[in-house]
Design a protein around this ligand. Sequence first.
Ligand SMILES: NC(=O)c1ccc[n+]([C@@H]2O[C@H](COP(=O)([O-])OP(=O)(O)OC[C@H]3O[C@@H](n4cnc5c(N)ncnc54)[C@H](OP(=O)(O)O)[C@@H]3O)[C@@H](O)[C@H]2O)c1
Length: 288
Amino acid sequence: MEINAKNAGTLTLGDKTFNRLGYGAMQLPGKGVWGPSRDSKNAVAVLRRAVELGVNFIDTADAYGPFTANLLIRDAFAPYKDKYKNVFISTKVGFTRQGPDKWIPVGRPEYLRQEVEMNLRTLGVDKIDLLFLHRIDPKVSVADQVGELAKMQQEGKISHIGLSQVSVAQIKEASKYAKIEAVQNLYNVTNRKDEDVLSYCEAHQIIFVPWFPLATGALAKPGSVLDGLAKKHQASPSQIALAWLLKRSPVILPIPGTSNLDHLEQNVAATNVNLTDEDVAAINALKS
Ligand SMILES: NC(=O)c1ccc[n+]([C@@H]2O[C@H](COP(=O)([O-])OP(=O)(O)OC[C@H]3O[C@@H](n4cnc5c(N)ncnc54)[C@H](OP(=O)(O)O)[C@@H]3O)[C@@H](O)[C@H]2O)c1
C-alpha cells in the first residue's frame, strides 16, 4: 500500500483541509530545542519529504530555536506555491527561552503580538493558519491573552486559534474571548491524563493534537510496551503508537517529530496499520 498521510483521512479548518497525520518540527533545532540545526540541509530535506509523503499539517513554534524551526520551514516551502501551496502551518506564541530546555511562559499582550509578527516574518507568510497559545501565563488574565489573539485574528493576521496544555476549564474560559478550534496537549499510549480534554474536544468538534505522540521516542524503541503488537502487525512500535492515536478518536491529529528521513517514512506508514478493536483494547488496558 502507498505510504501517504492521506491514508489517515482528513480534517478541515475553514477553507483548508489537511491529512490527519502531521509533522512536528521541534526536533529540527539544536540540542534542547536551542540554536541552529545540527544539519540544516537534512532538516529541509525532511520537511520536503514529509510533504511528498502527503503530510501537509506542519507544527512549529517561534520558541523552537528560537526561530530555527520556522526559518527551516520557510527555506523548505516559501513562497508556498505549486507543490507546497497546501502546506498548513500551526505555530505558537507565549514562551520565552533562556537556554537549552529552558522555557518560561510570558503572555503579556504586547509580547504575544510581537511573536505573531515574528512568526509571520520567520515563516514568510501573510497570515498564520493556526496559532496556539503555547501556555497560558498564570500572571496574565486569560481575557488579556486570548483577547489579544482574537484582536489579531480580526486584523487578518491569524486564521484559527488554539490552546496548548490546557484543562477543560481553561478551554471554557478562553472560549469566552475567541473561538477555540484546536487543542494541543501531552497525550500518548503511556500518558492519558487528559482523557477529559479529549472528550471535550470530541464533543465540541475541536481538533486534538497530541504532543509527544511517541513519548519522545520511548515508544519507538525495541522493548517498548508495544513490542508484541508490533510483531503481530509486522510493524514498528512507533507505528503502533501512532496507529492507536489515529484510531482512538477522529479529532486526533498526531504530529510525530523526527530529524531522520527513515523515521519520517516509517511514521507516515503507520497510517497503513489497521489495529483491531481487540488490539485497541489491549493497548487501553496498559497502565498509562
Ligand atoms: N505544545 C507543546 O507544548 C509541545 C511540547 C512538545 C512537543 N510539541 C510538538 O509535538 C511534536 C512531537 O513531539 P516530539 O517531537 O518532541 O516527540 P515525539 O514525536 O514523541 O518523539 C520524537 C522522538 O522520537 C524519535 N523518533 C521519531 N520517529 C521515530 C521512529 N520511527 N523510530 C525511532 N525513533 C523515532 C525522534 O528521534 P529521531 O529524530 O532520531 O527520529 C525523537 O527523539 C514536536 O515536534 C512539537 O511540534 C508540542
